[in-house]
Design a binder for this molecule. Structure first.
Ligand code: HAM
Length: 418
């Protein structure tokens, strides 16, 4: 019997896993540079956290959650997104009672039972940041700039930033009334109608082209912004301009989660086909209160690592494999094998990457392995070397050799690599 990974999960193994590490490393660098700190959260939470936080009418909650009963009869769900968990943790541990804004980043697997296709998985990886506690357009620009800087620094090119504003509750109420009026004259099936009555904005999520056609001429939220919301949105745009980030305003943008208010944004990549959004985020005014905390606003993004990797690949990006081997020791015979494990341990303690030719491989096969692993130096250990406590470090790039004593191996490695 042979096993396969469950349908629709993404996996990263060498050498491609280096790309995965590289992307996370660039994201972490960008977040740390803006003073965000790591928050590490559980992969499962109470189901209600998501139904309340993300919204019952969203696809994510109504159709895509992996929900199960735990042994204590509680309803648990694998996290479909990160924001609700971050806010839960901030409230639970009182982080919002300290220095504001609370600025955190997170990374890891997320789960949505979607129909798998290129760039859409059931287990996928996100890197996210959240800045919670202060409502300031400069923070909106900062959050956007973290994703922008990370994409740029990792070498990604063909991406576009789209922004919009979902306004405040007044703006949304006026728009909601007009949208409901508009939709009352549109022919919709029963299920869609029921959804629309709960949250008319969700209609823009509907991917069916016949529904999209019926939405032509529908009132757009951006035209309903209150003076205050418009002013904030303009300040976000000015801040983005002043840091040289170009953007397009997309009045049709709908984010798939219910908690958004004010600034909303997406980064899209033009070589990814249908699943082109590589990062999405926005401000959420009411989420913390909905989850039982104070009334504090927050903003953040979730960035799809899998899609970012596909985007890099589509651009023909070449990653120099980060696998790096300073020394490969080839022991010949049992005594040499024991000495090799001792020497390699010392070399690793000295801060170098070292490996051994394991098994009873012939010298020729071991040298081939050293080549494949791109080892910088090779040390062959046989009886002669052990007896004389000496050996030759062979530099693989030009074949030159340096005579050493085995006792001085680490200091020699330090000397030649400095
Ligand atoms: P989201 O737009 O649902 O937002 O997801 C963010 C990103 O995760 C998407 O733009 C996409 O790149 C990636 N993604 C989502 N679903 C999948 C999937 N099935 N397969 C592969 N990639 C996927 C959120 O999750 C919000 N929590 C973001 C946020 C943080 N808003 C404020 N703070």
């Amino acid at each position: 019997m042979s096993f396969q990974a469950p349908k629709g999960v993404s996996e990263y193994f060498p050498p491609k896993s280096s790309w995965f590490e590289y992307v996370i490393w660039k994201l972490e660098e960008a977040a740390l540079a803006a003073n965000y700190r790591l928050i590490e959260l559980p992969i499962f939470e109470d189901t209600e956290l998501f139904s309340r936080g993300v919204g019952e009418t969203t696809d994510v909650v109504s159709k895509e959650m992996y929900t199960f009963e735990d042994r204590g009869g509680r309803s648990i769900s694998l996290r479909p997104e990160g924001t609700a968990g971050v806010i839960r943790s901030i409230i639970e541990h009182g982080l919002d009672r300290g220095q504001l804004p609370v600025k955190v980043f997170y990374k890891g697997p997320f789960f949505r039972a979607e129909r798998p296709q290129a760039g859409r998985y059931r287990q996928f990886y996100q890197f996210g940041i959240e800045a919670v506690g202060i409502d300031d357009p400069l923070i909106d620009a900062e959050v956007i700039s973290v994703a922008h800087r990370a994409f740029s620094k990792m070498g990604l090119k063909n991406f576009t930033l789209k922004i919009s504003s979902l306004g405040d509750s007044d703006s949304r109420k006026k728009h909601r009334d007009d949208l409901l009026k508009f939709l009352s004259n549109v022919d919709l099936d029963e299920e869609t109608r029921a959804r629309v009555n709960k949250n008319p904005l969700r209609i823009f999520d509907d991917k069916r082209s016949e529904v999209q056609k019926k939405l032509q001429g529908a009132p757009l939220l951006l035209d309903y912004l209150s003076t205050e919301s418009r002013d904030k949105f303009e300040k976000v745009q000015s801040a983005l301009r002043s840091i040289g980030i170009s953007f397009e305003i997309d009045p049709m943008m709908v984010r798939g989660l219910d908690y958004y208010t004010g600034t909303a944004f997406e980064f899209v990549h033009n070589q990814l086909g249908a699943q082109s959004t590589i990062c999405g985020g926005g401000r959420y005014d009411g989420l913390m209160e909905t989850l039982g905390g104070q009334s504090l606003s927050g903003i953040g993004f979730g960035l799809g690592i899998d899609r970012t990797l596909l985007a890099l690949e589509a651009e023909g990006f070449e990653l120099v494999d980060r696998q790096y081997l300073d020394l490969f020791v080839i022991p010949i015979g049992e005594i040499a094998r024991m000495k090799a494990i001792e020497l390699v341990n010392e070399v690793r303690m000295g801060g170098f990457v070292a490996d051994i030719s394991y098994g009873e491989r012939a010298l020729k096969g071991s040298m081939k392995a050293a080549d494949k692993l791109s080892a910088h130096y090779v040390l062959v250990l046989g009886d002669d070397e052990i007896n004389s406590d000496s050996g030759k470090l062979k530099k693989m790039s030009d074949g030159s050799e340096i005579s050493i004593t085995l006792a001085s191996l680490v200091s020699e490695m330090k000397r030649i690599s400095s």
